[in-house]
Design a binder for this molecule. Structure first.
Ligand SMILES: Cc1cc2nc3c(=O)[nH]c(=O)nc-3n(C[C@H](O)[C@H](O)[C@H](O)COP(=O)(O)O)c2cc1C
Length: 220
């Protein structure tokens, strides 16, 4: 049985464009695999705390970690366990100030952790970090108020959402990354409607393709 970890990052509930798109993805996935298990992690409504000096010391304490330090890492452990248990990670993510919402960044800071999701070894030379997880598929569903963040678009220079997620995604064990985005939300015009329709029509095709690759990972 496939496990999907669904991470919602919008601060909005009812009027969220990204949450509705994620609903459509999960509904489409369940048409193929009704028994799919979905873990919900709503960082938009319940943001993880920012890491602190004590948290960082605990993360690097290794074998010498005290019970107090273990307790400090409890949420991080829980979030990482969720990532480990999922074959597919589904992120619904608004663009906030040209990048990811702070709540999702806080989630990444809790999850990308030495000796849990990456190893650190200076004998590797100038690139000492190595992800420890493998075989995950990451689906990123975005919405932005403006438009043209793709290569050659009018806002390419301000595109810090997908590139940042793509960079961090390797520490989740991501081997396949798919993106569907809706643009023009703040214009609310025909271009927004066309973008919305295109995104929704991409979902069934994406689900069909991913079923093949996730099934082959599970079978391996
Ligand atoms: C705090 C905040 C910052 C935003 N910053 C940007 C931005 O930098 N660029 C942009 O295109 N849209 C921006 N938007 C618009 C959102 O990306 C857009 O409303 C999106 O649909 C929000 O996702 P949601 O509908 O799932 O809540 C911002 C919205 C908010 C609330």
């Amino acid at each position: 049985m496939t496990t999907i970890l669904r991470i919602d990052a919008s601060a909005r509930l009812e009027r969220s464009v990204t949450r509705r798109l994620a609903d459509a993805f999960v509904a489409s996935w369940r048409e193929h695999s009704p028994a799919t298990r979905v873990i919900f992690r709503d960082v938009g409504r319940t943001p993880p705390p920012a890491v602190s000096e004590e948290w960082i010391a605990a993360a690097f304490a290794g074998e010498n970690r005290t019970p107090v330090q273990q307790a400090l890492l409890a949420l991080s452990d829980e979030l990482i366990d969720e990532v480990e248990s999922a074959e597919l990670i589904l992120m619904s993510v608004p663009m906030y100030n040209y990048g990811m919402p702070a709540a999702l960044k806080a989630w990444f800071d809790q999850v990308v952790r030495v000796d849990r999701t990456f190893s650190f070894d200076l004998s590797r030379g100038d690139q000492p970090l190595e992800p420890t997880l493998r075989g995950k598929t990451l689906v990123v569903l975005t919405s932005c108020g403006e438009f043209g963040f793709e290569a050659g678009g009018i806002n390419e220079h301000a595109s810090h959402l997908l590139p940042h997620i793509r960079t961090c995604a390797k520490y989740l064990g991501t081997e396949v990354l798919e993106h569907v985005g809706i643009e023009y939300q703040e214009f609310g015009d025909a271009r927004h409607e066309a973008s919305r329709i295109a995104a929704y029509s991409d979902i069934p095709d994406l689900v069909g393709r991913l079923h093949i690759s996730v099934d082959s990972i599970e079978a391996a």
